[in-house]
Design a protein around this ligand. Structure first.
Ligand SMILES: [Zn+2]
Length: 251
């Protein structure tokens, strides 16, 4: 499974570049799109109310869970850069998939944004769902032929998966996030999506792939024990004894 691992390693420079772009955007631009976080009580609790963004069986020629949501090693290493505004958390699920794989709405909803300002270039879609939840589908291959306000149904094809680097050979994957509708809170999609996650997490490219804090070595080490993230909150993974250490000896 070395191929998907190299995918993720190569994906990082583009993600980092995008993070830099976000930082450089005028604060007034960002403020225009960020309403206050919704109170947690106003957001639907997880009840496996959504489906997977791909049809058919997972596999090396179709789609696989590549990187989990949470305090992954990849997110830890970029906690002060790419993920610095997300408390150091990889705030979505990465599904490795060949470019052009049809991406499906995880639930009934209304298209909120097509190529909106909420990340995951080059193309993305945001769908608003019941319960003040929104799903974001990132790194799409091309601009989706949807319009804001359009209703979509669960399983409907809403785009094609792409590559965060735009090559279709370096980092082809879908980045899927589940947020509150104000785009302030980020939730682990696992308990919201009905799927055989135990198998998917084993078959995926990275195994568990979580950064250890050897001071609390069992903390956040499973796919379903990852913390929610709040935009702009303090870093959650400034670990006292991180393992594996960051390359070059940096913490
Ligand atoms: Zn991702």
């Amino acid at each position: 499974m070395a191929f998907p691992l190299s995918i993720q390693q190569r994906a990082q420079p583009t993600t980092r570049a995008f993070a830099v772009l976000c930082v450089l955007l005028p604060s007034s631009f960002a403020a225009a799109h960020y309403a206050p976080a919704l109170p947690l009580g106003a957001v639907a609790q997880p009840a496996q109310q959504f489906g997977l963004p791909f049809a058919g069986a997972p596999g090396p020629d179709s789609w696989l869970l590549g990187q989990s949501y949470g305090s992954t090693t990849g997110a830890y290493r970029q906690r002060r850069s790419t993920y610095g505004n997300l408390q150091g958390i990889h705030a979505g699920l990465d599904f490795s998939a060949p470019c052009g794989t049809p991406v499906r709405a995880i639930g009934d909803g209304v298209v909120a944004e097509v190529d909106g300002p909420h990340g995951s270039l080059p193309h993305n879609v945001v769908i608003d769902h019941a319960g003040n939840l929104s799903s974001l589908y990132g790194h799409l291959l091309q601009r989706a032929s949807l319009r804001p306000g359009q209703k979509v149904t669960r399983g409907q094809v809403i785009g094609q998966s792409g590559d965060s680097q735009g090559t279709c050979i370096s980092a082809p994957h879908l980045h899927l996030e589940l947020r509150d509708r104000a785009h302030q809170r980020f939730f682990n999609p696992l308990p919201y999506i009905a799927a055989d996650w135990n198998t998917l997490a084993l078959a995926g490219s990275f195994g568990r792939g979580y950064e250890y804090d050897l001071s609390a070595p069992r903390k956040w080490q499973t796919p379903d024990s990852q913390p929610p993230a709040l935009r702009g909150g303090r870093l959650l993974n400034e670990f006292a004894r991180p393992w594996p250490p960051a390359p070059g000896g940096a913490r």
